[in-house]
Design a protein around this ligand. Sequence first.
Ligand SMILES: Cc1ncc(COP(=O)(O)O)c(C=O)c1O
Length: 414
Amino acid sequence: MPALPAHLDRDVALARDRANPLRDRRDLFLLPEGTVYLDGNSLGALPRAVPERLQETVTAEWGRDLISSWNTADWINLPRRVGARIGGILGVSGEDVWVSDSTSVSLFKTMVAACRLRPGRRAIVLERATFPTDGYIAASVARMLDLELRWCDSADPVAAIDEDAALVSLTHVDFRTGEMLDLPGVTRAAHDAGALVLWDLCHSTGAVPVDLVGPGVDFAVGCTYKYLNGGPGSPAFMYVAPRLQADLDQPLSGWMGHARPFDMELGYEPVAGVGRLASGTPPVLALSALEAALGVFEGVDPAELRAASLSLTDYFIELVDVRLGGALEVVTPREHARRGSQVSLRHPDAYGIVQALLARRVVGDFRTPDVARFGFAPLYVTHADVYDAVDHLVAVMAEEEFRRPEYATRNVVT
Ligand SMILES: Cc1ncc(COP(=O)(O)O)c(C=O)c1O
């Protein structure tokens, strides 16, 4: 095997970690010793502050103070409070963000609300490579509102946008390839045609800073269990541009979105602002965990976050190129402007490769049909992790460990 170029050495990786201005953030997480965790793009690691906060919420707020905690612990305002924190990470006003439901439900609410703001227009445009739930929800919205579901190609989404488009709904960073779309450019083209835009930021927020205000994005939705580390099934956020909020008519108009829920009136009168996106009682335990988790982002400079992410993915790609010499295809774009915070490698035995790495305590995941995905959460993944992960990958490929019979059957969750 050719010698590794000096600049890719593990010592150089360690030096880069020492020079990272965000290096101390890793201590804010509880990470298992000896594991290289490259799956923060599926489930973020556990921030240290969460167990204590959950303990407090369960034993003191729920156990001792019981129902009075809706007022005394301000449970009722958790969706707004958590929304305000996420607004800080998104670079928008906290008043424009609401957190309450799963990503899928949040997509449903915002897609319907957007289409209702463009009556007379006939199409919802979304890309074929979208995350399945976005497509399934859009199909149902199209059936419900009698609209056309129009698929576009993510290489050129603008080609499918015309005067008939009510909504263009796209994923900013592709879950399979890690490719990042041109958010300002597509938003501009959609607006030029009179359509509204909705961006799914699941694979961006917390790792890839996005400017929503400059390009005038109308809606954004994103999960909080990936790079925001809110825990399994933590609720998603919805962003709505302030200019659209007064006319927002969302389809799940429950009592929590009413202007005066405890007046128990017969007629529905939505509260002003994004609070009208609420439907039912907020998930207090999940929101409490999420609120504590978001503390790890306090004071983080988005430019430093992006620089750390790109440095990690650059290093991973270069090591794979040099040490694996094309045995796995790097699917993720190499240009920074088109890359999120993950690197995807294509190989016919990708499932077995991911399992063999898992046995070596290097955690990535598999996406059908042939992609091994590695996510680089910039607050806790180090260059040394990257070096070690590729070292294990080299061993897995050299010994063909992915061929072991136990990897022939897929788990339910891959
Ligand atoms: C781009 C994208 N959208 C939506 C979802 C999932 O939605 P939900 O939170 O409703 O499961 C995911 C989950 O991985 C995703 O990657």
